[in-house]
Design a protein around this ligand. Structure first.
Ligand code: NAD
Length: 487
Protein backbone atom coordinates (compact mmCIF):
# COMPACT_ATOMS: atom_id res chain seq x y z
CA UNK A 1 0.00 0.00 0.00
CA UNK A 2 1.27 3.42 -0.98
CA UNK A 3 2.52 5.96 1.52
CA UNK A 4 3.15 8.84 -0.89
CA UNK A 5 1.18 11.11 -3.20
CA UNK A 6 1.23 10.53 -6.95
CA UNK A 7 2.34 13.78 -8.57
CA UNK A 8 4.00 14.41 -11.92
CA UNK A 9 4.46 10.70 -12.55
CA UNK A 10 6.34 10.08 -9.29
CA UNK A 11 5.69 9.16 -5.66
CA UNK A 12 6.08 12.29 -3.56
CA UNK A 13 6.18 12.66 0.23
CA UNK A 14 3.09 14.46 1.59
CA UNK A 15 3.74 17.49 3.77
CA UNK A 16 0.33 17.36 5.50
CA UNK A 17 1.05 14.29 7.66
CA UNK A 18 -0.94 11.05 7.47
CA UNK A 19 -4.54 9.83 7.48
CA UNK A 20 -5.63 6.74 9.40
CA UNK A 21 -7.56 4.46 7.06
CA UNK A 22 -9.78 2.22 9.19
CA UNK A 23 -11.04 -1.23 8.28
CA UNK A 24 -14.78 -0.94 9.09
CA UNK A 25 -15.06 -4.68 9.73
CA UNK A 26 -12.43 -4.82 12.48
CA UNK A 27 -12.31 -1.11 13.47
CA UNK A 28 -8.50 -1.41 13.31
CA UNK A 29 -6.24 0.98 11.40
CA UNK A 30 -5.55 -0.60 8.03
CA UNK A 31 -3.00 1.85 6.76
CA UNK A 32 -1.64 5.36 7.21
CA UNK A 33 -2.19 7.16 3.94
CA UNK A 34 -0.48 10.40 3.00
CA UNK A 35 -2.33 13.66 3.71
CA UNK A 36 -1.76 16.36 1.12
CA UNK A 37 -1.30 19.94 2.33
CA UNK A 38 -2.39 22.98 0.31
CA UNK A 39 1.25 23.26 -0.83
CA UNK A 40 1.16 19.65 -2.15
CA UNK A 41 -2.08 20.41 -3.99
CA UNK A 42 -0.37 23.40 -5.57
CA UNK A 43 2.52 21.22 -6.79
CA UNK A 44 0.02 18.75 -8.27
CA UNK A 45 -1.91 21.49 -10.08
CA UNK A 46 1.34 22.89 -11.53
CA UNK A 47 2.27 19.40 -12.74
CA UNK A 48 -1.13 19.00 -14.40
CA UNK A 49 -0.80 22.44 -16.04
CA UNK A 50 2.59 21.55 -17.41
CA UNK A 51 1.35 18.19 -18.74
CA UNK A 52 -1.70 19.78 -20.34
CA UNK A 53 0.53 21.65 -22.80
CA UNK A 54 1.40 18.41 -24.57
CA UNK A 55 -1.50 16.10 -23.61
CA UNK A 56 -4.01 18.45 -25.24
CA UNK A 57 -2.14 18.06 -28.55
CA UNK A 58 -2.36 14.26 -28.59
CA UNK A 59 -4.99 12.62 -30.75
CA UNK A 60 -7.90 10.73 -29.26
CA UNK A 61 -6.45 7.58 -30.77
CA UNK A 62 -3.18 8.13 -28.89
CA UNK A 63 -5.00 8.77 -25.63
CA UNK A 64 -7.14 5.67 -26.14
CA UNK A 65 -4.00 3.51 -26.04
CA UNK A 66 -3.34 4.60 -22.43
CA UNK A 67 -6.99 4.22 -21.42
CA UNK A 68 -7.10 0.67 -22.80
CA UNK A 69 -3.83 -0.17 -21.06
CA UNK A 70 -5.28 1.09 -17.75
CA UNK A 71 -8.41 -1.04 -18.31
CA UNK A 72 -6.27 -4.08 -19.00
CA UNK A 73 -4.12 -3.54 -15.94
CA UNK A 74 -7.19 -3.09 -13.69
CA UNK A 75 -8.56 -6.38 -15.06
CA UNK A 76 -5.28 -8.16 -14.38
CA UNK A 77 -5.23 -6.87 -10.77
CA UNK A 78 -8.95 -7.31 -10.28
CA UNK A 79 -8.72 -9.70 -7.32
CA UNK A 80 -6.23 -7.67 -5.28
CA UNK A 81 -7.90 -4.32 -6.05
CA UNK A 82 -11.31 -5.71 -5.08
CA UNK A 83 -9.91 -7.09 -1.84
CA UNK A 84 -8.37 -3.72 -0.98
CA UNK A 85 -11.68 -1.99 -1.81
CA UNK A 86 -13.52 -4.35 0.55
CA UNK A 87 -10.95 -3.87 3.30
CA UNK A 88 -11.27 -0.07 3.24
CA UNK A 89 -14.99 0.24 2.38
CA UNK A 90 -16.66 -2.84 3.86
CA UNK A 91 -18.61 -3.80 0.73
CA UNK A 92 -19.01 -7.56 0.17
CA UNK A 93 -16.18 -8.91 -1.99
CA UNK A 94 -18.43 -9.97 -4.92
CA UNK A 95 -19.69 -6.38 -5.14
CA UNK A 96 -16.11 -5.09 -5.14
CA UNK A 97 -15.19 -7.56 -7.91
CA UNK A 98 -18.17 -6.31 -9.91
CA UNK A 99 -16.97 -2.72 -9.34
CA UNK A 100 -13.54 -3.63 -10.81
CA UNK A 101 -15.20 -4.99 -13.96
CA UNK A 102 -17.11 -1.71 -14.20
CA UNK A 103 -13.91 0.30 -13.70
CA UNK A 104 -12.19 -1.53 -16.57
CA UNK A 105 -15.31 -1.24 -18.77
CA UNK A 106 -15.48 2.50 -18.12
CA UNK A 107 -11.85 3.05 -19.25
CA UNK A 108 -12.51 0.89 -22.34
CA UNK A 109 -15.70 2.78 -23.15
CA UNK A 110 -14.00 6.19 -22.99
CA UNK A 111 -11.13 4.82 -25.09
CA UNK A 112 -13.74 4.20 -27.81
CA UNK A 113 -15.12 7.70 -27.39
CA UNK A 114 -11.62 9.22 -27.51
CA UNK A 115 -11.03 7.51 -30.88
CA UNK A 116 -14.39 8.68 -32.17
CA UNK A 117 -13.55 12.22 -31.08
CA UNK A 118 -10.85 12.33 -33.76
CA UNK A 119 -13.54 11.95 -36.42
CA UNK A 120 -15.71 14.76 -35.04
CA UNK A 121 -13.17 17.17 -33.58
CA UNK A 122 -14.07 19.77 -36.20
CA UNK A 123 -17.45 20.11 -37.89
CA UNK A 124 -18.31 22.73 -40.46
CA UNK A 125 -21.25 25.00 -39.89
CA UNK A 126 -23.51 26.18 -42.69
CA UNK A 127 -23.65 29.99 -42.72
CA UNK A 128 -26.18 32.19 -44.53
CA UNK A 129 -23.36 34.48 -45.90
CA UNK A 130 -21.43 33.28 -48.99
CA UNK A 131 -18.18 35.09 -48.01
CA UNK A 132 -17.77 33.31 -44.67
CA UNK A 133 -17.17 29.76 -43.57
CA UNK A 134 -17.21 28.51 -40.02
CA UNK A 135 -16.36 25.44 -38.06
CA UNK A 136 -16.94 24.24 -34.51
CA UNK A 137 -13.93 22.68 -32.88
CA UNK A 138 -13.96 20.58 -29.73
CA UNK A 139 -11.07 21.18 -27.34
CA UNK A 140 -10.32 19.94 -23.84
CA UNK A 141 -11.42 22.24 -21.01
CA UNK A 142 -7.97 22.18 -19.38
CA UNK A 143 -6.83 21.07 -15.94
CA UNK A 144 -9.61 19.49 -13.93
CA UNK A 145 -9.94 19.14 -10.17
CA UNK A 146 -11.86 15.96 -9.39
CA UNK A 147 -13.18 15.23 -5.91
CA UNK A 148 -14.88 11.92 -5.10
CA UNK A 149 -16.62 10.13 -2.19
CA UNK A 150 -16.06 6.78 -0.50
CA UNK A 151 -18.98 4.59 -1.57
CA UNK A 152 -17.50 3.37 -4.88
CA UNK A 153 -13.90 4.50 -4.43
CA UNK A 154 -12.28 3.22 -7.63
CA UNK A 155 -15.44 3.32 -9.75
CA UNK A 156 -16.08 6.99 -8.96
CA UNK A 157 -12.46 7.64 -9.94
CA UNK A 158 -13.06 5.88 -13.27
CA UNK A 159 -16.23 7.89 -13.96
CA UNK A 160 -14.18 11.07 -13.51
CA UNK A 161 -10.70 10.25 -14.82
CA UNK A 162 -11.60 8.19 -17.92
CA UNK A 163 -13.71 10.86 -19.70
CA UNK A 164 -11.37 13.68 -18.63
CA UNK A 165 -8.28 11.98 -20.05
CA UNK A 166 -10.23 10.88 -23.14
CA UNK A 167 -11.14 14.51 -23.82
CA UNK A 168 -7.48 15.62 -23.52
CA UNK A 169 -7.74 17.18 -20.06
CA UNK A 170 -5.23 16.55 -17.28
CA UNK A 171 -6.43 15.78 -13.78
CA UNK A 172 -5.75 16.30 -10.11
CA UNK A 173 -7.94 13.79 -8.32
CA UNK A 174 -8.70 13.73 -4.61
CA UNK A 175 -10.33 10.56 -3.26
CA UNK A 176 -12.21 10.43 0.03
CA UNK A 177 -10.07 10.42 3.17
CA UNK A 178 -11.98 7.28 4.25
CA UNK A 179 -11.06 5.21 1.18
CA UNK A 180 -7.90 6.54 -0.54
CA UNK A 181 -6.10 3.21 -1.04
CA UNK A 182 -7.39 1.93 -4.38
CA UNK A 183 -7.07 5.39 -5.93
CA UNK A 184 -3.38 5.36 -4.98
CA UNK A 185 -3.06 1.97 -6.65
CA UNK A 186 -4.18 3.67 -9.84
CA UNK A 187 -1.03 5.77 -9.54
CA UNK A 188 1.00 2.55 -9.81
CA UNK A 189 -1.05 1.56 -12.84
CA UNK A 190 -0.43 4.99 -14.43
CA UNK A 191 3.31 4.38 -13.99
CA UNK A 192 3.06 0.85 -15.36
CA UNK A 193 1.29 1.99 -18.55
CA UNK A 194 3.73 4.94 -18.86
CA UNK A 195 1.03 7.57 -18.80
CA UNK A 196 2.91 10.84 -19.43
CA UNK A 197 3.94 12.53 -16.17
CA UNK A 198 1.42 14.98 -14.75
CA UNK A 199 -1.55 13.82 -16.85
CA UNK A 200 -3.02 12.21 -13.74
CA UNK A 201 -2.14 13.29 -10.21
CA UNK A 202 -3.60 11.59 -7.14
CA UNK A 203 -3.62 13.58 -3.94
CA UNK A 204 -5.08 11.98 -0.84
CA UNK A 205 -6.30 14.11 2.01
CA UNK A 206 -9.31 15.38 3.91
CA UNK A 207 -11.66 18.36 3.66
CA UNK A 208 -8.81 20.90 3.69
CA UNK A 209 -7.14 19.21 0.73
CA UNK A 210 -10.49 19.17 -1.11
CA UNK A 211 -11.06 22.84 -0.38
CA UNK A 212 -7.51 23.72 -1.49
CA UNK A 213 -8.13 21.95 -4.79
CA UNK A 214 -11.57 23.52 -5.30
CA UNK A 215 -10.20 27.00 -4.61
CA UNK A 216 -7.01 26.67 -6.67
CA UNK A 217 -6.76 29.30 -9.40
CA UNK A 218 -4.93 26.87 -11.70
CA UNK A 219 -7.98 24.62 -12.07
CA UNK A 220 -10.20 25.16 -15.12
CA UNK A 221 -13.00 22.78 -14.19
CA UNK A 222 -14.26 21.15 -11.00
CA UNK A 223 -16.00 17.80 -11.11
CA UNK A 224 -17.41 16.81 -7.74
CA UNK A 225 -19.32 13.82 -6.37
CA UNK A 226 -20.46 13.88 -2.78
CA UNK A 227 -22.97 15.41 -0.41
CA UNK A 228 -25.18 18.42 -1.09
CA UNK A 229 -23.49 20.41 1.70
CA UNK A 230 -20.00 19.92 0.25
CA UNK A 231 -21.35 20.42 -3.28
CA UNK A 232 -22.52 23.85 -2.18
CA UNK A 233 -18.99 24.73 -0.96
CA UNK A 234 -17.45 23.47 -4.19
CA UNK A 235 -19.93 25.53 -6.23
CA UNK A 236 -19.06 28.58 -4.13
CA UNK A 237 -15.35 27.96 -4.66
CA UNK A 238 -15.99 27.81 -8.40
CA UNK A 239 -17.54 31.28 -8.48
CA UNK A 240 -14.24 33.13 -7.86
CA UNK A 241 -12.63 31.96 -11.09
CA UNK A 242 -15.97 31.29 -12.91
CA UNK A 243 -14.90 27.68 -13.13
CA UNK A 244 -16.89 25.17 -15.10
CA UNK A 245 -18.45 22.87 -12.51
CA UNK A 246 -20.39 19.60 -12.49
CA UNK A 247 -21.94 18.21 -9.32
CA UNK A 248 -23.19 14.69 -8.61
CA UNK A 249 -24.90 14.92 -5.25
CA UNK A 250 -27.22 12.99 -2.98
CA UNK A 251 -30.65 11.49 -3.37
CA UNK A 252 -33.74 10.11 -1.69
CA UNK A 253 -35.05 8.10 -4.58
CA UNK A 254 -38.55 6.58 -4.62
CA UNK A 255 -39.53 3.10 -5.77
CA UNK A 256 -43.20 2.78 -6.77
CA UNK A 257 -44.75 -0.67 -6.60
CA UNK A 258 -48.18 -1.15 -8.20
CA UNK A 259 -50.68 -3.88 -7.28
CA UNK A 260 -50.04 -5.66 -10.58
CA UNK A 261 -46.26 -5.98 -9.99
CA UNK A 262 -44.75 -9.48 -9.83
CA UNK A 263 -44.28 -9.98 -6.07
CA UNK A 264 -41.05 -12.05 -6.25
CA UNK A 265 -39.43 -9.57 -8.63
CA UNK A 266 -40.66 -6.61 -6.58
CA UNK A 267 -39.11 -7.96 -3.36
CA UNK A 268 -35.82 -8.63 -5.16
CA UNK A 269 -35.58 -5.12 -6.66
CA UNK A 270 -36.75 -3.36 -3.49
CA UNK A 271 -33.97 -5.14 -1.57
CA UNK A 272 -31.35 -4.65 -4.28
CA UNK A 273 -32.34 -0.99 -4.41
CA UNK A 274 -31.60 -0.36 -0.74
CA UNK A 275 -29.26 -3.04 0.64
CA UNK A 276 -26.77 -3.32 -2.23
CA UNK A 277 -23.51 -1.63 -1.17
CA UNK A 278 -25.06 -1.39 2.34
CA UNK A 279 -27.45 1.30 1.10
CA UNK A 280 -24.47 3.64 0.69
CA UNK A 281 -25.57 4.43 -2.83
CA UNK A 282 -26.50 7.92 -4.03
CA UNK A 283 -29.32 6.50 -6.17
CA UNK A 284 -30.54 3.94 -3.58
CA UNK A 285 -34.31 3.64 -3.82
CA UNK A 286 -34.77 4.44 -0.14
CA UNK A 287 -38.43 5.57 -0.25
CA UNK A 288 -40.84 2.71 -0.93
CA UNK A 289 -44.33 3.53 -2.20
CA UNK A 290 -46.63 0.50 -2.33
CA UNK A 291 -50.15 0.41 -3.74
CA UNK A 292 -52.61 -0.49 -0.94
CA UNK A 293 -53.89 -3.75 -2.42
CA UNK A 294 -50.49 -5.49 -2.43
CA UNK A 295 -49.10 -3.78 0.70
CA UNK A 296 -49.87 -6.33 3.49
CA UNK A 297 -48.51 -9.29 1.49
CA UNK A 298 -45.50 -7.33 0.30
CA UNK A 299 -44.50 -6.05 3.74
CA UNK A 300 -44.84 -9.53 5.28
CA UNK A 301 -42.59 -11.04 2.61
CA UNK A 302 -40.11 -8.14 2.76
CA UNK A 303 -39.68 -8.63 6.53
CA UNK A 304 -39.06 -12.34 6.01
CA UNK A 305 -36.44 -11.78 3.29
CA UNK A 306 -34.68 -8.94 5.15
CA UNK A 307 -34.22 -11.17 8.18
CA UNK A 308 -32.54 -13.81 5.98
CA UNK A 309 -29.78 -11.45 4.75
CA UNK A 310 -26.42 -12.70 5.90
CA UNK A 311 -24.47 -9.89 7.64
CA UNK A 312 -20.81 -10.18 8.52
CA UNK A 313 -17.21 -10.01 7.33
CA UNK A 314 -17.48 -8.80 3.73
CA UNK A 315 -14.58 -11.04 2.72
CA UNK A 316 -16.51 -14.14 3.81
CA UNK A 317 -18.37 -16.11 1.17
CA UNK A 318 -22.13 -15.71 1.21
CA UNK A 319 -22.15 -12.41 3.12
CA UNK A 320 -24.54 -9.92 1.49
CA UNK A 321 -24.28 -7.00 3.92
CA UNK A 322 -21.00 -5.65 5.24
CA UNK A 323 -20.30 -2.90 7.78
CA UNK A 324 -21.00 0.77 7.10
CA UNK A 325 -17.91 2.58 5.90
CA UNK A 326 -16.98 4.40 9.12
CA UNK A 327 -17.80 5.12 12.73
CA UNK A 328 -19.19 8.48 11.59
CA UNK A 329 -21.58 6.86 9.11
CA UNK A 330 -22.54 4.19 11.67
CA UNK A 331 -23.38 6.90 14.23
CA UNK A 332 -25.28 8.92 11.63
CA UNK A 333 -27.53 5.98 10.73
CA UNK A 334 -28.01 4.99 14.39
CA UNK A 335 -29.09 8.57 15.06
CA UNK A 336 -31.88 8.07 12.51
CA UNK A 337 -33.01 5.01 14.52
CA UNK A 338 -33.34 7.32 17.53
CA UNK A 339 -35.22 9.92 15.49
CA UNK A 340 -37.58 7.15 14.33
CA UNK A 341 -38.28 6.25 17.94
CA UNK A 342 -38.93 9.87 18.87
CA UNK A 343 -41.22 10.27 15.89
CA UNK A 344 -43.03 7.04 16.82
CA UNK A 345 -42.44 5.33 13.45
CA UNK A 346 -43.53 1.72 12.89
CA UNK A 347 -40.48 -0.57 12.69
CA UNK A 348 -41.03 -3.54 10.40
CA UNK A 349 -37.56 -5.02 10.87
CA UNK A 350 -34.00 -4.11 11.94
CA UNK A 351 -33.21 -0.85 13.69
CA UNK A 352 -30.14 -2.03 15.61
CA UNK A 353 -26.66 -3.57 15.52
CA UNK A 354 -26.81 -7.33 14.80
CA UNK A 355 -26.51 -9.22 18.10
CA UNK A 356 -23.75 -11.53 16.80
CA UNK A 357 -21.43 -8.70 15.71
CA UNK A 358 -20.01 -6.72 18.63
CA UNK A 359 -17.14 -5.23 16.60
CA UNK A 360 -17.35 -3.45 13.27
CA UNK A 361 -19.76 -0.81 11.99
CA UNK A 362 -22.59 -3.30 11.32
CA UNK A 363 -26.29 -2.45 11.30
CA UNK A 364 -29.27 -4.61 10.42
CA UNK A 365 -31.27 -4.09 7.24
CA UNK A 366 -34.03 -1.82 8.46
CA UNK A 367 -37.55 -1.03 7.21
CA UNK A 368 -40.11 1.40 8.63
CA UNK A 369 -43.72 1.41 7.37
CA UNK A 370 -46.45 4.09 7.42
CA UNK A 371 -43.77 6.79 7.48
CA UNK A 372 -45.34 10.24 7.03
CA UNK A 373 -43.91 12.59 4.39
CA UNK A 374 -43.03 15.02 7.19
CA UNK A 375 -40.69 12.53 8.88
CA UNK A 376 -36.96 13.31 8.73
CA UNK A 377 -36.45 9.70 7.70
CA UNK A 378 -38.68 10.32 4.67
CA UNK A 379 -37.06 13.59 3.57
CA UNK A 380 -33.34 13.22 4.43
CA UNK A 381 -30.70 11.08 2.76
CA UNK A 382 -29.65 8.46 5.35
CA UNK A 383 -27.05 6.67 3.19
CA UNK A 384 -27.37 3.31 4.91
CA UNK A 385 -29.50 0.12 4.81
CA UNK A 386 -32.68 1.91 5.87
CA UNK A 387 -35.90 1.83 3.87
CA UNK A 388 -38.94 3.98 4.66
CA UNK A 389 -42.34 3.00 3.26
CA UNK A 390 -45.79 4.47 2.64
CA UNK A 391 -48.84 3.21 0.79
CA UNK A 392 -50.84 4.89 -1.97
CA UNK A 393 -54.15 4.28 -3.75
CA UNK A 394 -53.87 5.98 -7.15
CA UNK A 395 -51.05 6.64 -9.62
CA UNK A 396 -51.59 10.39 -9.25
CA UNK A 397 -51.14 10.11 -5.49
CA UNK A 398 -48.00 7.98 -5.98
CA UNK A 399 -46.47 10.56 -8.31
CA UNK A 400 -47.22 13.40 -5.93
CA UNK A 401 -45.59 11.55 -3.05
CA UNK A 402 -42.61 10.54 -5.19
CA UNK A 403 -41.96 14.00 -6.63
CA UNK A 404 -42.36 15.78 -3.29
CA UNK A 405 -38.60 15.88 -2.59
CA UNK A 406 -35.69 18.32 -2.83
CA UNK A 407 -33.76 15.53 -4.52
CA UNK A 408 -34.24 14.12 -8.02
CA UNK A 409 -31.51 11.57 -8.70
CA UNK A 410 -33.16 8.18 -9.26
CA UNK A 411 -36.61 6.58 -9.23
CA UNK A 412 -38.03 3.15 -9.99
CA UNK A 413 -41.46 1.91 -11.02
CA UNK A 414 -42.55 -1.72 -10.78
CA UNK A 415 -45.67 -2.79 -12.70
CA UNK A 416 -46.58 -5.43 -15.26
CA UNK A 417 -48.52 -2.74 -17.12
CA UNK A 418 -45.64 -1.41 -19.19
CA UNK A 419 -47.67 1.39 -20.74
CA UNK A 420 -48.50 2.75 -17.31
CA UNK A 421 -44.92 2.28 -16.10
CA UNK A 422 -43.61 4.26 -19.08
CA UNK A 423 -46.11 7.04 -18.43
CA UNK A 424 -45.05 7.20 -14.76
CA UNK A 425 -41.37 7.20 -15.82
CA UNK A 426 -41.99 10.33 -17.90
CA UNK A 427 -43.74 12.09 -15.02
CA UNK A 428 -41.11 11.32 -12.36
CA UNK A 429 -38.80 14.24 -11.51
CA UNK A 430 -35.53 12.31 -11.59
CA UNK A 431 -32.45 12.04 -13.80
CA UNK A 432 -32.50 8.22 -13.84
CA UNK A 433 -35.68 6.12 -13.92
CA UNK A 434 -35.69 2.33 -13.76
CA UNK A 435 -38.69 0.33 -14.96
CA UNK A 436 -39.12 -3.10 -13.35
CA UNK A 437 -35.66 -2.92 -11.77
CA UNK A 438 -33.59 -0.60 -9.56
CA UNK A 439 -29.90 0.38 -9.78
CA UNK A 440 -28.48 -1.39 -12.86
CA UNK A 441 -26.05 1.18 -14.31
CA UNK A 442 -24.35 1.21 -17.70
CA UNK A 443 -21.53 3.55 -18.65
CA UNK A 444 -23.23 4.21 -22.01
CA UNK A 445 -26.28 5.91 -20.43
CA UNK A 446 -26.40 9.41 -18.86
CA UNK A 447 -26.10 9.71 -15.08
CA UNK A 448 -27.05 12.68 -12.91
CA UNK A 449 -29.83 14.37 -11.04
CA UNK A 450 -32.61 16.93 -11.15
CA UNK A 451 -33.09 19.51 -8.38
CA UNK A 452 -30.54 19.36 -5.52
CA UNK A 453 -29.15 16.05 -6.77
CA UNK A 454 -26.74 17.94 -8.96
CA UNK A 455 -25.75 19.76 -12.10
CA UNK A 456 -24.67 18.09 -15.34
CA UNK A 457 -24.46 14.50 -16.48
CA UNK A 458 -21.71 11.91 -16.25
CA UNK A 459 -21.28 8.73 -18.30
CA UNK A 460 -22.17 8.20 -21.95
CA UNK A 461 -21.15 10.86 -24.45
CA UNK A 462 -22.53 13.43 -21.97
CA UNK A 463 -19.67 12.47 -19.66
CA UNK A 464 -17.10 13.28 -22.35
CA UNK A 465 -18.74 16.57 -23.27
CA UNK A 466 -18.33 17.72 -19.66
CA UNK A 467 -14.62 17.94 -20.39
CA UNK A 468 -14.84 19.65 -23.79
CA UNK A 469 -15.07 23.29 -24.79
CA UNK A 470 -16.55 24.24 -28.15
CA UNK A 471 -14.54 26.76 -30.14
CA UNK A 472 -15.88 28.64 -33.16
CA UNK A 473 -13.43 29.37 -36.02
CA UNK A 474 -14.88 31.66 -38.65
CA UNK A 475 -13.02 32.64 -41.85
CA UNK A 476 -13.61 35.48 -44.29
CA UNK A 477 -12.97 33.88 -47.67
CA UNK A 478 -13.44 36.83 -50.00
CA UNK A 479 -10.98 39.21 -51.69
CA UNK A 480 -13.61 41.95 -51.67
CA UNK A 481 -12.90 44.76 -49.17
CA UNK A 482 -15.22 44.61 -46.16
CA UNK A 483 -15.69 48.36 -46.69
CA UNK A 484 -17.05 49.55 -43.37
CA UNK A 485 -14.32 51.97 -42.23
CA UNK A 486 -12.04 51.86 -45.25
CA UNK A 487 -14.10 52.83 -48.25
P1 NAD B 1 -18.73 14.42 1.23
O1 NAD B 1 -19.42 15.56 0.56
O2 NAD B 1 -18.57 14.47 2.71
O3 NAD B 1 -17.24 14.27 0.65
C1 NAD B 1 -16.99 14.06 -0.71
C2 NAD B 1 -15.58 14.50 -1.03
O4 NAD B 1 -15.46 15.92 -0.84
C3 NAD B 1 -14.50 13.88 -0.15
O5 NAD B 1 -13.39 13.56 -0.95
C4 NAD B 1 -14.16 15.00 0.83
O6 NAD B 1 -12.88 14.93 1.37
C5 NAD B 1 -14.32 16.21 -0.06
N1 NAD B 1 -14.56 17.47 0.65
C6 NAD B 1 -15.06 17.66 1.89
N2 NAD B 1 -15.17 18.98 2.15
C7 NAD B 1 -14.76 19.64 1.06
C8 NAD B 1 -14.68 21.02 0.70
N3 NAD B 1 -15.05 21.98 1.54
N4 NAD B 1 -14.24 21.32 -0.54
C9 NAD B 1 -13.89 20.36 -1.41
N5 NAD B 1 -13.93 19.04 -1.13
C10 NAD B 1 -14.37 18.69 0.09
O7 NAD B 1 -19.48 13.11 0.75
P2 NAD B 1 -19.21 11.61 1.19
O8 NAD B 1 -19.72 11.44 2.59
O9 NAD B 1 -17.81 11.25 0.88
O10 NAD B 1 -20.15 10.81 0.16
C11 NAD B 1 -21.49 10.59 0.35
C12 NAD B 1 -22.31 11.54 -0.50
O11 NAD B 1 -21.95 11.40 -1.87
C13 NAD B 1 -23.79 11.21 -0.44
O12 NAD B 1 -24.54 12.39 -0.28
C14 NAD B 1 -24.06 10.58 -1.80
O13 NAD B 1 -25.38 10.67 -2.23
C15 NAD B 1 -23.11 11.32 -2.68
N6 NAD B 1 -22.85 10.55 -3.92
C16 NAD B 1 -23.43 10.98 -5.09
C17 NAD B 1 -23.23 10.26 -6.28
C18 NAD B 1 -23.89 10.70 -7.58
O14 NAD B 1 -23.52 10.16 -8.62
N7 NAD B 1 -24.84 11.62 -7.58
C19 NAD B 1 -22.42 9.13 -6.26
C20 NAD B 1 -21.85 8.73 -5.07
C21 NAD B 1 -22.07 9.45 -3.90
Amino acid sequence: MQTKLFIAGAWVEATGGTLDVVNPTTEAVLHQAPAASAADIDVAVQAARMAFKTWKRTTGTQRAVYLRAIAKSVQSKKESLARLETLQNGKPLPEALWDMDDVAACFEYYADLAEQLDTRQETSIALPHPDFSSLARLEPVGVVGQIIPWNYPLLMLAWKVAPALAAGCTSVLKPSELTPLTALELGSIALEVELPAGVLNIVTGGREAGAALANHAGIDKLAFTGSVATGRSVMQAATAGIKNVTLELGGKSPILVFDDADLEQAIEWIMFGIFWNKGEVCSATSRLLVQSGIAPTLFARLKLECEKISIGDPLEEGVLLGPLVSKGQFNKVQNYFEIAQTEGLTLLTGGKRPAHLATGFFLEPTVYTNVPSTSRLWTEEIFGPVLVAQTFDTAIQALELANNSNFGLGAAVLSTNLKRAEHIARELEAGIVWINCSQPTFCQAPWGGFKQSGIGRELGHWGLENYLETKQITTYNSNKPWGWYIK
